[in-house]
Design a protein around this ligand. Structure first.
Ligand SMILES: [Zn+2]
Length: 54
């Protein structure tokens, strides 16, 4: 049985990885795109979706 593929996809889409220090941030894609989120370790605003990594 499929176990909530939509929920899983949503979870993964809401996780981003800092391009600089590889810190994982969980946030809205909208907030990321608006530049409202900055990495809590290096303050960078360069994120990529975690999907690419894995
Ligand atoms: Zn960072």
């Amino acid at each position: 049985m499929a176990k909530f593929p939509e929920a899983i996809a949503r979870l993964h889409q809401n996780v981003f990885v800092c391009k600089k220090c590889k810190t994982k941030i969980r946030s809205n894609i909208q907030k990321i795109m608006l530049g409202k989120i900055s990495c809590r370790r290096c303050k960078s605003k360069n994120f990529r979706p975690i999907k690419k990594g894995k």
